[in-house]
Design a protein around this ligand. Structure first.
Ligand code: NAD
Length: 294
């Protein structure tokens, strides 16, 4: 028996279509065009690809997209001044500063400068704290995508044993909070955890967000478990080419799991789709409109 493959591309495309429908509705009913501003500092090739895809998909959903490119050597004060102007700009409802930032800039100071109401990456301490407290918040996009993918397999996560491997502010920690909201029982594992294989083997839901290619082996997985692989790692092949690999040994895990996300084509496409969801939600909240139905 092999696992059902969770098609992140198809689920993300359907989500984007629903966002586009809601954007058209708020334009029609409230004269509101949600707008997303993306700030890219420097020219990291991976970040360039992400920013381009965010721009295309934002416009594709009928929203306004504003791109701001700054040189790698930009002064922190100039970046803070740009963020302050985006905070004031009535056409901008979401602000995303593409990470990682050059080492000369203090990411924490930059993130803290974003208006929490426009913090569509969900990284501002106000949003992280609200999420941890169980209050409504803008949540980071990748964990939101992970929950939607899981719910494409299980209508309810209540009482399920989940393991989140990785505790970053971007993925692991907020994912734990979202799983708690879904009433799952959550184990948080990280680089200092012992017996990762045993902890994983008792889990109905496995989330790998580590950044280590194929760390999670097939024989760690409980038969029938749902496996969501967040990792994106580039592996060098013998012929000089490279291939993308997740944090899960897919070829092994697919024989044991009940459902599994591929890399690429699993979590990746969901992240940008959820950014569109957050921008729409932020725009509606800022304008006092009811929460959109996505
Ligand atoms: P990070 O480096 O900030 O955090 C990694 C976490 O893994 C840390 O909490 C660390 O404690 C833990 N860890 C490290 N080694 C470990 C080990 N041997 N055993 C258990 N835990 C260990 O990384 P991140 O930003 O959370 O990203 C994780 C992965 O997800 C990366 O591959 C990244 O490229 C990918 N990612 C994908 C998307 C997407 O859209 N698909 C978005 C964000 C990140």
């Amino acid at each position: 028996m092999t696992a059902r493959i969770i098609d992140g591309k198809a689920i993300a495309s359907e989500l984007r279509a629903r966002v586009a429908g809601e954007v058209a509705r708020v334009k029609r009913e409230a004269g509101l065009t949600p707008g997303l501003a993306v700030v890219l500092v420097g020219n990291d090739p991976a970040s360039e690809v992400y920013v381009r895809s965010k721009h295309t998909q934002t416009q594709g959903a009928g929203m306004a997209s504003f791109e701001h490119r700054l040189p790698a050597g930009v002064a922190q004060a100039d970046l803070l001044a740009l963020i302050a102007s985006l905070n004031r700009d009535a056409n901008v409802h979401g602000i995303l500063v593409q990470l990682p930032l050059p080492k000369s800039l203090d990411a924490e100071t930059i993130i803290n400068a974003i208006d929490p109401a426009k913090d569509v990456d969900g990284l501002h301490p106000n949003n992280a704290g609200r999420l941890a407290g169980g209050f409504s918040a803008l949540s980071p996009c990748t964990p939101l995508g992970c929950i939607i993918l899981t719910k494409s397999v299980h209508a309810s996560l209540e009482g399920m044993n989940a393991i989140v491997i990785g505790r970053s502010n971007l993925v692991g920690r907020p994912l734990v909070q979202l799983l708690l909201h879904e009433n799952a029982t959550v184990t948080i594992a990280h680089s200092r955890s012992r017996d990762l294989a045993q902890l994983t083997a008792r889990s109905d839901l496995v989330y790998a967000a580590v950044g280590k290619a194929e760390l999670v082996r097939g024989d760690w997985i409980k038969p029938g478990a749902t496996v969501i692989d967040v990792g994106i790692n580039r592996l060098a092949l013998a012929d000089g080419k490279t291939r993308l690999a997740g944090d899960v040994a897919f070829a092994e895990a697919v024989k044991v799991a009940g459902a599994i996300t591929p890399v690429p084509g699993g979590v990746g496409p969901m992240t940008v789709a959820c950014l569109l969801v957050n921008t729409l939600r932020a725009a509606c909240a800022i304008h006092g409109l009811p929460k959109p139905s996505v």
